[in-house]
Design a protein around this ligand. Structure first.
Ligand SMILES: Nc1nc2c(ncn2[C@@H]2O[C@H](COP(=O)(O)OP(=O)(O)OP(=O)(O)O)[C@@H](O)[C@H]2O)c(=O)[nH]1
Length: 343
């Protein structure tokens, strides 16, 4: 009998901390040969670039495969299956595969893909890990707006739609074998109770919950769950399945802004923060060129929280191009946002 290669699926909403958790996992892999498949919603592969920028010894660049520009759940057959098959066919295949789904992806179609004949005999889903942005959950970001739901039902009582964020949250945590309540450093005891309350309310199956900051969790806890999730699909509730699995992310959109060189990061932050609030931008991330600095500036915005840091020197063979990806609910005013951010 051949042993199947274990695969771990990491899900969770935009900015919850999936990449941070995976970065920590790879840094502490202790010699395990892990391959990483990263999927992003925007065209620009930011997460893959960030992980590669860490130069983790145990995870050479060829072990990081990016699937940008779309959600893995919608491109399973075209993108995901060929990618994983190519990894398995390598002369020296990985010992473990980690898949970071985009923050907008539904995990269930991806888990289901592990039942495809060409994959089923060779890989098993060792576990689905859902990362939750603790402060956002505590603040009610993923809860339904009861007034909006009631108004929708009043207009059409066949509708049972929750907010897109609430639906995704429910689908993601109900697919999980392990839930990571992240950003613990930003939560008060009351926040922690509130965030746990939101999760408990939405959970329809049992999953262990662990608190973390920056996803710093021992790999032995994350890997080796032995869940075989592909055999256990029925216990993993999904809204979109009830609706016929048709899911084209039409509730969300993303676009890219090419940014000129900045004089200093602060000038951008002063423009960005009000733009995020005014346009209810869910996520901004990317790289920036700061005049007179040899280092590339990484910018990360999750809701109203914006962070920035220099991650590595620009290499001589790459253009010093600033680019930001902006993600929000459908209907973003691209022109106004671009004008506000560029200044
Ligand atoms: N304070 C704090 N910040 C965190 C924590 N985890 C992640 N972050 C920050 O939150 C931002 C988003 O983190 P990522 O790890 O990129 O989140 P993600 O889920 O991969 O984001 P997407 O891929 O865009 O969906 C970054 O600025 C992180 O540094 C945490 O535990 N505490």
């Amino acid at each position: 009998m051949t042993t199947k290669i274990p695969a771990t699926i990491v899900t969770g909403f935009l900015g919850a901390g999936k990449t941070s958790l995976i970065q920590n996992l790879l840094c502490n892999a202790r010699g395990r040969r892990i391959a990483l498949i990263i999927n992003e919603f925007g065209e620009l592969g930011v997460d893959g670039e960030i992980v590669k920028g860490c130069g983790i010894e145990d995870c050479p660049e060829e072990n990081i495969v990016e699937l940008a520009n779309g959600c893995i759940c919608c491109t399973v057959a075209d993108d995901f299956l060929p990618t994983i098959t190519a990894l398995l066919d390598r002369p020296n295949p990985p010992e473990h595969i980690v898949i970071e789904t985009s923050g907008l992806a539904l995990p269930k179609p991806l888990i289901r893909a592990f039942n495809w004949p060409e994959v089923r005999t060779r890989v098993t889903v060792d576990g689905v890990i859902a990362v939750v942005d603790g402060p956002a959950a505590a603040a009610g970001r993923f809860a339904d707006n009861p007034d909006a739901v009631d108004a929708q039902r009043a207009a059409d009582d066949s509708l049972d739609h929750e907010s897109p964020l609430a639906e995704l949250f429910e689908d993601q945590i109900n697919s999980a074998d392990l839930i990571i309540l992240n950003k613990n450093d930003q939560m008060s005891p009351d926040d922690r109770t509130a965030a746990r309350g939101v999760i408990d309310r939405e959970m329809k199956r049992k999953a262990k919950l662990i608190l973390s900051s920056f996803g710093a969790i021992d790999p032995d806890v994350l890997l080796g769950l032995g869940a075989a999730a592909e055999d256990d699909l029925d216990s993993r509730f999904s809204h979109h399945e009830l609706e016929g699995e048709d899911h084209d992310h039409d509730e969300f959109e993303s676009f890219q802004i090419d940014m000129p060189a900045l004089k200093a990061p602060e000038e951008l932050l002063e423009r960005l923060r009000p733009a995020i609030a005014a346009h209810d931008i869910l996520r901004v991330k990317g790289f920036l060129d700061v005049a007179g600095r040899d280092m590339r500036l990484v910018l990360q915005g999750v809701g109203g929280r914006v962070q920035h840091y220099y991650d590595r020197a620009w290499s001589t063979d790459e253009p010093r191009k600033g680019r930001l990806v902006v993600i929000g609910l459908k209907g973003l005013d691209r022109t106004a946002i671009e004008a506000a951010v560029k200044g």
